[in-house]
Design a protein around this ligand. Structure first.
Ligand SMILES: [Zn+2]
Ligand SMILES: [Zn+2]
Length: 344
């Protein structure tokens, strides 16, 4: 069994790994598909992002699905052959945030493929993975590639959760990459009345239209395209900022109505300058959103039932042995939304 082990920027090696036998409550999952995420790209090309740096070798990947190959003692929810999405979020269950029902803020989080803690948390781009039964969510019928969207969809669902009740609301989503597109799908699913999506590239905008956006706007073509939405101090109840561009965030302050909510998903360069007079005078609420936890089970269900159809987002599936081509394509925003590796 091989795993994708990153030793340094652009030094990724396929190394042999032995997953061992499943212990009590554990399963062995034969990984079918793994989506390449923005963080994987940052590690692969730059060795990290911000203060998070690769300090030892690490298996990449956290967006995976596969089929159960073997189960350990006491496992009852899944059986051999079941197709499952694997939740990469592994909170400790014992710290003060876990006990307060906020496991995404766990003080001892073991999230797959993360160089935030040291030693790093090894990831899931591997042919076989030993996981806890509780991480596995059944995702039958659909393709294994679709099931592997459960993780990024969970991020979208959590962002929507942070936004509050969206039923009947007008929502602006800035940034139409995979995260923005899945936030659009999640907002639609949550009953938003109108969703407008913006981006600076045509390809992602055509995809996000298929994911439930009522209107898409290329803000690179017309910098003032949102002008109409500035009327009466702003027309949107909620903005989901998924681009990480401070220009996009700045534009949102003009078009979100007083006491509206802005949920920041994108990280961009890590810093932004904002006109505080707008935040203050319009009583806007700027909220962060970080990962997810309970949303994962719902994401797997929504995908398995195709209540959210993720297929328009999948650009290409590439054998994991051709990882160089896969990472290069995934980094090309003009061509790719989501690239997945195939592990079998
Ligand atoms: Zn991801
Ligand atoms: Zn915890």
């Amino acid at each position: 069994m091989k795993a994708c082990v990153l030793h340094a920027p652009k030094d990724l090696r396929l190394e042999d790994e032995d997953v061992g036998a499943p212990g009590p409550g554990e399963v062995i999952v034969q990984i079918g598909a793994g989506g390449i995420c923005g963080s994987d790209l940052h590690y692969y090309f730059h060795g990290g992002f911000g203060a998070v740096r690769l300090r030892e070798k690490m298996v990449l990947g956290h967006e995976v699905a596969g089929s159960v190959a073997a189960i350990g003692p006491g496992v009852t929810r899944v059986k051999a052959g079941d197709q499952v999405a694997v939740n990469p979020s592994r909170p400790c269950g014992q710290c003060k945030y876990c006990l307060a029902g906020k496991p995404n803020h766990c003080l001892n989080m073991q999230f797959y493929g993360s160089a935030m803690p040291f030693p790093h948390i090894q990831g899931a781009f591997r042919q076989a993975l030993r996981a806890k039964e509780s991480q596995c969510e059944l995702a039958p019928v659909v393709s294994v590639g679709e099931a592997a969207f459960a993780e990024p969809l969970s991020c979208g669902l959590h962002a929507i959760e942070r936004a509050g009740n969206l039923a009947g609301r007008r929502v602006l989503v800035a940034g139409a990459g995979p995260i923005g597109a899945l936030a659009v799908a999640a907002a639609r699913n949550a009953g938003a009345a109108e969703i407008v999506a913006t981006d600076i590239a045509a390809a992602p905008l055509s995809v996000v239209a298929k994911m439930g956006a009522d209107r898409v706007i290329d803000v690179s073509k017309d910098g003032d395209a949102l002008a109409d939405y500035r009327a009466d101090k702003g027309q949107f109840d909620v903005m989901i900022e998924a681009s990480g561009s401070d220009k996009a965030l700045r534009a949102g302050l003009d078009v979100v109505r007083p006491q509206g909510v802005i949920v920041q998903m994108g990280l961009g360069g890590g810093e932004a300058t904002l006109p505080l007079n707008l935040l203050v005078a319009k009583e806007l609420e700027l909220r962060g959103t970080f990962r997810f936890h309970p949303e994962f089970a719902r994401a797997a269900q929504l995908i398995a039932a195709r209540r959210i159809d993720v297929r328009p987002l999948l650009t290409e599936t590439i054998p994991f042995t051709e990882f160089e081509r896969a990472f290069a394509l995934a980094a090309d925003r003009g061509k790719a939304i989501k690239v997945q590796l195939a592990f079998q």
